[in-house]
Design a protein around this ligand. Structure first.
Ligand code: HEM
Length: 396
C-alpha cells in the first residue's frame, strides 16, 4: 500500500464526508495490500462486488478478536451468529422464510400507521418547541416498531436500543475495556429478553417463532435467541441510519426533493438510489477462502483478510454515471447496500418497505422541513449515519 493511501484511510472513518477521500484513494490504486497488517483494501465497484460474492468464512472473523474476548457473554453470542455453512444454512433458511417479501408485505398497513403516528408526534413537538430531534423521534422508533411487528412483540423494551449501541461499541475497532464490559451486559440483557419472549410465546404468540414452527423448522431455544438478537442487531441501527442519510441527501439536492415530492407514486426506484448514494453500511470485512480476481486482473489469494469499501464502490465513476449526483430516476441501480451471496441481507424487504413508506409520507406531510443546526454523526466504523438531526418542520 502506498504511503498516501495509508495516511488517507483513517480519514475515511473520521470525516463527515468520506466520499472525496474515497475518490482520491481510487486514483492512487483501487486495490491495495497493506504490508504491515496483511489486509487487502478494495475501493472500486468491480473489486468490491467480486469480494462480496466470493466464498469466505464468517467464523474466521472470530479469530481477529483478541483472546480477552474469548469466553465472555458478548463473544459467546457473536459465535452463535457468525456462522459458515452448513451451520449458517441451517440457521438462515427458516429466518429467510419469515423475513421474505410476501410475509413482510403483510405488515405494510401497520407500518404506515406507525409512520402516521410518529409524524403526528413530530408535529405536536414542533408546535410546542419549534424544532424536533429527528433521530430519537423518528428514525430510531420507526425500525424498532417495524421489527417489533415482525417479531410479534407488542411493546419493545426501551433498553433495547441502548443495548444495541453498546454491542456496536464493544465489537468496533478500538473498543475499550469499559466498552467490552458494557457489551457483556448488553449481550446478557438481550439474551434474557429474547428467552423471556420465547416463554411468553407459549401463551401469547411471538410471530417469528410461530412462523418458524409453521414452516416446519425445528428451532432450538439457543437458535431462536440468536435469531432474535441478530434481527435486532442487524436491523435497527442500519435502518435508522439509512432514513437519516436519505433525508439529508434529499435536502442537499432540492430539485430531487421536489421531484420526490411531486412523484406521488411508487418510491422504490428513488429508495434504491438513496441506498446507493449514502449507504448506512460503508464496508464489510471478509476472510476469503478462494482466490478472487479483482480489478485489472489482480488476484487476491485465498486466506486473505479483505476490507471491501462498499461506500466507495457506490461512487465509482467507471461504474456509475455521475456517481456523486443523487439521481432518483437512476435505473438500473446495482448497488451493494444489502450485500450479496449467501449472506445477502435477510431484512432487505423490511428495510425497503420501511423506507418506501416513511420517506414519501415525511416529505408529503412536511414539504418545507429543513435542518435547524449541526447534525451529529455516529462514531464511525462500518455503520454510517446520524445520532442527532435537529429539524424545523416548517408550515405543512
Ligand atoms: C437499510 C437497512 C439495512 C442495511 C443497509 C443492511 C445491510 C446488510 C448487509 C450489507 C448485510 C450483509 C453483511 C455481510 O455480507 O457480511 C446484511 C446482513 C443481514 N441483515 Fe441487513 N441491512 C439492513 C436492514 C436489515 C433489517 C431491517 C434486518 C432484519 C429485520 C436485517 C437483518 C440482517 C441479517 C439477519 C443479516 C445476516 C444474514 C446472513 O448472514 O445470512 N437487515 N444486512
Amino acid at each position: 500500500m502506498n504511503t498516501d493511501t495509508r495516511s488517507l484511510i483513517p480519514q475515511c472513518f473520521s470525516v463527515d464526508d468520506p466520499y472525496p477521500i474515497y475518490a482520491r484513494i481510487r486514483k492512487l490504486g483501487p486495490v491495495q495490500r497493506d504490508k504491515e497488517s496483511g489486509y487487502w483494501w478494495a475501493f472500486d465497484y468491480e473489486s468490491v462486488r467480486a469480494l462480496t460474492f466470493a466464498s469466505h468464512s464468517e467464523a474466521a472473523g472470530l479469530n481477529l478478536f483478541p483472546s480477552e474476548y474469548g469466553d465472555r457473554p458478548l463473544f459467546k453470542l457473536l459465535k452463535k451468529t457468525l456462522l459458515d455453512p452448513p451451520e449458517h444454512t441451517r440457521f438462515r433458511a427458516p429466518l429467510a422464510r419469515c423475513l421474505g417479501r410476501a410475509k413482510v408485505e403483510t405488515l405494510r398497513e401497520e407500518i404506515a400507521n406507525v409512520v402516521d403516528d410518529l409524524l403526528d408526534d413530530l408535529a405536536r413537538k414542533a408546535a410546542s418547541s419549534g424544532t424536533v430531534e429527528f433521530v430519537s423521534q423518528f428514525t430510531e422508533p420507526l425500525p424498532v416498531s417495524a421489527v417489533a411487528k415482525l417479531l410479534g412483540v407488542s411493546e419493545m423494551d426501551a433498553n433495547i436500543v441502548p443495548c444495541l449501541r453498546s454491542l456496536s461499541a464493544a465489537l468496533g475497532p478500538g473498543a475499550s475495556k469499559a466498552n467490552i464490559e458494557a457489551g457483556d451486559c448488553a449481550a446478557n440483557y438481550l439474551v434474557d429478553w429474547a428467552a423471556n419472549h420465547m416463554q411468553v410465546s407459549e401463551k401469547g404468540p411471538i410471530s417469528l417463532l410461530l412462523h418458524l414452527q409453521e414452516s416446519g423448522d425445528v428451532v432450538s431455544e439457543s437458535d431462536f435467541i440468536a435469531s432474535m438478537v441478530s434481527i435486532l442487531f442487524a436491523g435497527i441501527q442500519t435502518t435508522s441510519y439509512q432514513i437519516g442519510n436519505s433525508l439529508l441527501a434529499l435536502l442537499r439536492f432540492p430539485e430531487q426533493l421536489k421531484f420526490f415530492h411531486e412523484s406521488k407514486g411508487d418510491a422504490s426506484t428513488a429508495v434504491e438510489e438513496l441506498l446507493r448514494f449514502d449507504t448506512s453500511m460503508q464496508f464489510r470485512s471478509r476472510y476469503i477462502t478462494e482466490d478472487v480476481e479483482v480489478k485489472d486482473g489482480v488476484i487476491i489469494p485465498a486466506e486473505s483478510n479483505v476490507i471491501a469499501m462498499v461506500g466507495s464502490a457506490h461512487r465509482d465513476p467507471e461504474y456509475f454515471d455521475r456517481p456523486d449526483e443523487l439521481d432518483l430516476r437512476r435505473a438500473p441501480n446495482p448497488h451493494l447496500a444489502f450485500g450479496g451471496g449467501i449472506h445477502y441481507c435477510l431484512g432487505a424487504s423490511l428495510a425497503r418497505l420501511v423506507l418506501t413508506v416513511s420517506l414519501p409520507a415525511l416529505v408529503e406531510r412536511f414539504p418545507n422541513l429543513r435542518i435547524a443546526g449541526e447534525c451529529k454523526r455516529s462514531a464511525g466504523g462500518a455503520f454510517r449515519g446520524f445520532d442527532q438531526i435537529l429539524l424545523v418542520l416548517g408550515a405543512s
